[in-house]
Design a protein around this ligand. Structure first.
Ligand code: CP
Length: 316
């Protein structure tokens, strides 16, 4: 395995190894004035983003730079993609230019898998093309988000195994939810999805989790609650009556925060829509780990690049 396309590529040992590497990198950089390790000197990492991003793109770029890789950002808006160039031709161009790793975000589910297949390394270990990392493909998966969420849960709770984690909101359109359900189950957590019936995908009954429509009933039993943004940009038609109605049923406000056990942590992958899925006072409370998630994202993405490019144990 030479790419990171899906959390289904990760067994518990490999996922834990990535989390441990991220932790070691975090400790290695702690207190240093200069965030620079020589590990990936001479390697070229390209972020290829066909969708907007702040956290994922910036943290991959910082991760590459902190490991001394040459990092280059390509976005659909400023590249020959806007002139009609296909994903396949763009990928071949980046490989020919010398990329060692292409990190792709794309609105189409499966785009990262297609890219890996075109670059000739899917499932094999002898290829010479770039490694591919899925930085979010449509509504399908966002594996590094799930890994950084697991890192944050380990930091805050001490462990993931045996913990009960609620994932709340727009499950249908959330690649973060898909990757998290699979990874958390792999790591031994018990996952509860909480959403209105209209925001649960077809086939959710086959996922390794339980489903509820009643947030108030679930909160007292959770060790962590992950609030999801309602992804209006992916919706065709009405999934709930209004933003206000949604917030009343599924928003995490101060009253609901008080229903969680004292040790429970609040996660949000960002970007947050304050006042809808999360109240400003909750987002800014010490119970919320939103910025810790971002910080862990840098170390976690350093670990992924390290495992893929520096000869560390393969991702699977
Ligand atoms: N969580 C996440 O993927 O955020 P960005 O869209 O800002 O990268």
């Amino acid at each position: 395995m030479r790419h990171l396309l899906s959390v289904s590529d990760l067994d518990a040992a490999t996922a834990t190894s990535l989390l441990d590497t991220a932790d070691r990198l975090k400790q290695a950089l702690l207190g240093r004035e200069v965030h620079k390790l020589p590990t990936l000197r001479g390697r070229t990492v390209i972020t290829l983003f066909y969708e907007d991003s702040t956290r994922t793109r910036v943290s991959f770029e910082i991760a590459g730079k902190w490991m001394s890789a040459d990092t280059i950002n390509v976005s659909a808006k400023g590249s020959s993609v806007s002139k009609g160039e296909s994903l396949k031709d763009t990928a071949a161009t980046l490989a020919a230019a010398g990329a060692d790793c292409v990190i792709i975000r794309h609105p189409a589910s499966g785009a990262a898998h297609r890219l890996a297949a075109w670059l000739g390394r899917e499932g094999g270990s002898g290829g010479s093309g770039p490694a591919v990392v899925n930085a979010g493909d449509g509504t399908h998966e966002h594996p590094t988000q799930a890994l950084l969420d697991a890192a944050t849960l380990r930091d805050r709770l001490g462990s993931v195994a045996g913990r009960r984690i609620g994932i709340v909101g727009d499950i249908t359109h959330s690649r973060v939810a898909r990757s998290n359900v699979m990874l958390l189950a792999t790591l031994g957590a018990e996952v509860r999805l909480v959403a209105p019936p209209t925001l649960l995908p077809v086939g959710v009954g086959d996922w390794p989790c339980r489903v509820s429509h009643d947030l108030d009933a679930e909160l007292p039993g959770l060790d962590a609650v992950m609030m999801l943004r309602v992804q209006a940009e992916r919706m065709r038609g009405g999934f709930f009556p209004s933003a206000r109605e949604y917030a009343i049923g599924y928003g995490l406000n101060e009253r609901r925060l008080a229903m969680l056990p004292e040790h429970a942590v609040v996660l949000h992958p960002g970007p947050m829509v304050r006042g809808m899925e999360i109240a400003p006072a909750v987002a800014d409370s010490p119970r919320a780990a939103v910025l810790e998630q971002v910080r862990n994202g840098v170390h976690l993405r350093m670990a992924v690049l390290y495992h893929l490019l520096a000869g560390a144990p393969e991702v699977r």
